[in-house]
Design a binder for this molecule. Structure first.
Ligand SMILES: [Zn+2]
Length: 393
């Protein structure tokens, strides 16, 4: 059910590489092909805290998948007995650890994607250069800018409608910006077509559309998220990492004749999703919502009060939690393009691993919790009545 585009799998790989839980990386009992020096230390663990007194060796001549700085940084965490070992032994020890936390398949995928992006960046000539860095007053409507710059809950809430709990809609983008982005994507797709270049689509569910981060817009969109989404999401979605967004996946989707028609029911691979309609003329294409759910409850029934259809308006944004189940109704005529920004928080993802109750945001967890509380109150009352009854007899 999750939309997991190539970018997501890539991120998971990176997370796996970094996420060694409490900072300890237990080693396998036997690591084959390891020089004897490193093998002597194979039963030892990395230190949780870096040894800041230790001066790491120089790895600048080491070629391969990791930057030399990675080895210098990791050396500070080596077991004390390995610190004075030969550089090659230390290197082998560290390479073994890194390969366990970031499997070769993932590394190859990341490498291929990096080369794919570099090729595009090298060859593609942007149509509207001004889109590639942040020009807030040219991109955003004055009302939106004023609300975000004032940066209070009241100022932000003043421009928002909340038609159903957790879904916010507001006028956001200048018509000129929408047109330019529309044209830039068109230009990119024509270039892709002319070059007979095989492009990666935004996710597993859309056959049309393009990943904006792949053709040079990543830096601008990072600014977009940090300066213009985080101020809102930290107010409305603190419980899902809205205040600690630190990466994104940005793309456009296209609906209509000769494009995608509709989009099935799903959840996004994001903590917070921004969805802005860029235009142009179309009918249909409403975004339907069916309640927020954690992974355990993703297929549970929607409650009547969770059912809501949102009609897209060019320039208007919808903001919702990534786990808010939704889909797009058929775009019955015209052409519709939407900008999607999947915003993620690595802090939230790490914390979520240790939790089982998501009643502060999952509608179903919440209902189960209320049910448990109701049962417990009933049981207490019953026990009390029995006690009273017993006393009366
Ligand atoms: Zn749940």
């Amino acid at each position: 059910m999750t939309l997991d585009g190539p970018a997501e799998r890539r991120d998971e790989g990176q997370q796996a590489a970094m996420a060694n839980g409490n900072g300890m990386a237990p080693l396998p009992p036997r690591m084959s092909g390891m020089p004897s020096g490193a093998a002597l230390h194979s039963d030892q663990r990395l230190r949780l805290h870096p040894n800041t007194e230790h001066e790491p060796q120089d790895y600048t001549d080491v070629r391969g998948e990791y930057a030399p700085a990675v080895y210098s940084a990791l050396e500070l965490h080596l077991p004390p007995s390995l610190l004075e070992a030969d550089r090659d032994d230390k290197l082998q020890f560290m390479q073994n650890i890194l390969s366990r936390y970031w499997p070769r398949g993932e590394r190859n995928k990341v490498q291929r994607h990096k080369e794919y992006r570099q090729k595009i960046l090298h060859l593609y000539k942007p149509l509207h250069e001004e889109l590639y860095s942040m020009h807030a007053s040219a991109f955003f409507l004055p009302t939106f800018l004023e609300a975000v710059r004032t940066n209070t809950k009241e100022s932000i809430a003043s421009i928002m409608a909340e038609p159903i709990p957790g879904v916010f809609s507001f006028p956001m983008l200048q018509p000129k910006f929408c047109d330019m982005l529309f044209e830039e994507v068109d230009n990119f797709e024509s270039w892709v077509h002319a070059m007979k270049f095989k492009i990666m689509r935004p996710n597993t569910m859309n056959k049309y559309g393009a990943v904006l981060d792949d053709f040079g817009l990543e830096t601008m969109l990072n600014d977009f998220m940090e300066k213009f989404i985080t101020p809102i999401s930290k107010v409305f979605y603190p419980e899902v990492g809205g205040g600690t967004l630190d990466s994104h996946h940005a793309f456009v989707v296209e609906y209509g004749k000769d494009r995608d028609v509709e989009l099935g029911f799903h959840v996004d691979d994001s903590e917070v999703t921004l969805n802005v309609c860029l235009g142009k003329q179309f009918s249909g294409g409403q975004l339907y919502f069916r309640g927020v759910r954690c992974e355990n409850h993703v297929n549970s029934e929607a409650q009547q009060e969770e059912i809501y259809d949102y009609p897209h308006v060019p320039g208007w944004a919808v903001l919702h939690r990534g786990r808010h189940r939704h889909g797009a109704r058929p775009t019955s005529s015209g052409l519709r393009m939407n900008l999607l920004l999947w915003c993620r928080s690595s802090v939230f993802r790490e914390m979520k691993k240790y939790q089982t109750d998501f009643s502060n945001w999952c509608g179903e967890c919440q209902r189960e919790k209320t049910e448990r509380q109701t049962q417990s109150v009933k049981a207490t009352k019953l026990a009390f009545l029995r006690g009273v009854g017993g006393a009366m007899i």
